[in-house]
Design a protein around this ligand. Structure first.
Ligand code: SF4
Length: 430
């Protein structure tokens, strides 16, 4: 038996894969310990979305070597596939692209198991672990054959695959039996979910069938590709009681010329059409987004188009990024690179805008009672949880409520969410 730790960087797909690999290792009789604790094998499951993400992976690997010098250190994940040269801090690090394979190799004794080393704890990793256990991630899709010109993901995960529908449902039932009340459907591009027999409407069918699982109070979707969100999907969400009225529609730009250069398969008008339809079918739906400022060729006028669209849509939350050229993507070679200071100022403007539209969105909940699934106890002692519309609520209460669905009377706003007070006993049904 070996002690194995996994440091997970990047997106929910990586988090899910790490959970699965941990289960696989436990099933093989190994012990999973927190990253930084004495371990025989330390795995860093890396991300390659930006240069900074690759750098973080390299640092984590170096950190692992420092913490447990006698251990076997393994790099897995996207950066192991796309950026091995920049990722590996020394030749002593073993590179295995696939995390499940890394654990299997170890189980077969192919990777040697040395003696344990020094102890240390990384609190962020612990916290990520705790959050994962509250909402269960369910990965239904992998890979992407869309080739957005800023994105390295198709280089790391070029082949699309979808989990069979019955398998996804079975996994969901297992999570509910384990006590999870919310499931987050995740994948590289979940709107491309096309399991056998449901090649045209996989996500629609899955949402409907998840709606029949007793005890599953919430089903949340991760990022959606805007032009793949159709009436059928929105109608399925509207008619399925446990589908969260929350859509994360990745805008990226509100300018048609920039969208073309990004190789996104929609126009700004199509994006707004989807938003309009979502608001018709899902009352008070929360619409969140990702947007990139300073993509090559983004003129002042193009940026203004993005800003104006974002003002019209009034997102409840937005992740605003400054474009950073990613080696290996077409965007990195495009003419018209925007000076970084200009790009950063544009990002700051979009952050101010989404923070203002987000506040307006949240304000209407003051004075209402919201159902909140308790996620964690903050350092301040307050509990924090999420509403079905992905708004964080802070309130006082017993840490034992973690994972429970409770009623909270909303009394005001925080910088990014809401605050309130418990409005009665815990509830078990939405
Ligand atoms: S849809 Fe575009 S941004 Fe999303 S994973 Fe595929 S290539 Fe990357």
């Amino acid at each position: 038996m070996a002690r194995i730790s996994i440091c997970t960087l990047g997106c929910k797909v990586n988090q899910y894969e790490a959970e699965m690999a941990a289960q696989q290792a436990r099933a093989a009789g190994h012990e999973i310990v927190e990253f930084g604790e004495p371990a025989d094998i330390q795995i860093v499951h890396t991300c390659s979305i930006t240069k900074a993400a690759v750098r973080d992976g390299r640092q984590a690997l170096r950190h692992a070597q420092h913490l447990n010098p006698q251990s076997t250190v393994i790099a897995t994940g996207c950066a192991a596939r796309t950026d091995a040269e920049d990722l590996l801090p020394s030749p002593d690090v073993t590179l295995v692209e696939d995390l499940a394979q890394a654990v299997a190799l170890e189980a077969e004794g192919i990777v040697p198991i040395p003696a344990p080393g020094v102890a240390a704890v990384i609190s962020e990793i612990e916290q990520a672990g705790r959050q994962r256990r509250t909402r269960a991630l369910l990965k239904i899709h992998d890979g992407c054959y869309f080739r957005c010109s800023f994105c390295i993901v198709p280089n790391a995960r070029p082949v699309e695959s979808s989990k069979p529908l019955e398998e996804a449902l079975e996994e969901a039932r297992t999570y509910v039996a384990q006590g999870h009340k919310e499931i987050v459907l995740t994948g590289v591009r979940i709107t491309g979910y096309r399991p056998e027999k449901y090649l045209r409407r996989g996500l629609v069918e899955l949402i409907k069938r998840l709606g029949d699982i007793d005890g599953l109070l919430r089903v949340r979707l991760t990022s959606l590709y805007p032009s793949e969100v159709g009436t059928e999907l929105l109608a399925a969400m509207a008619s399925t009681a446990n589908a969260c009225p929350h859509l994360h529609l990745a805008l990226q730009s509100g300018d048609d010329d920039v969208l073309r250069r990004m190789k996104r398969h929609y126009t700004s008008a199509k994006f707004e059409e989807v938003v309009l339809q979502a608001r018709e079918l899902l009352p008070d739906v929360a619409i969140t987004t990702d947007v990139i400022s300073g993509f090559p060729g983004e003129t002042e006028e193009a940026f203004e188009n993005t800003r104006a669209l974002m003002e019209r849509v009034a997102f409840s939350r937005g992740h605003c990024f400054t474009y950073s050229p990613r080696k290996g993507t077409p965007g990195a070679e495009m003419p018209g690179q925007v000076p970084v200071e200009i790009a950063r100022e544009r990002t700051r403007e979009l952050i101010r805008l989404t923070s203002s539209t987000g506040r307006q969105y949240r304000f209407k909940y003051v004075g209402t009672i919201q159902k909140v699934i308790v996620e964690q106890q903050k350092g301040s002692g307050e509990l924090s949880g999420l509403t079905d519309r992905y708004v964080e609520v802070l309130f006082s209460g017993d840490a034992a409520l973690r994972g429970e669905l409770v009623d909270v009377r909303i009394t005001g706003l925080t910088s990014a969410g809401l605050k309130g007070e418990l409005a009665g006993d815990r509830v078990s049904q939405s």
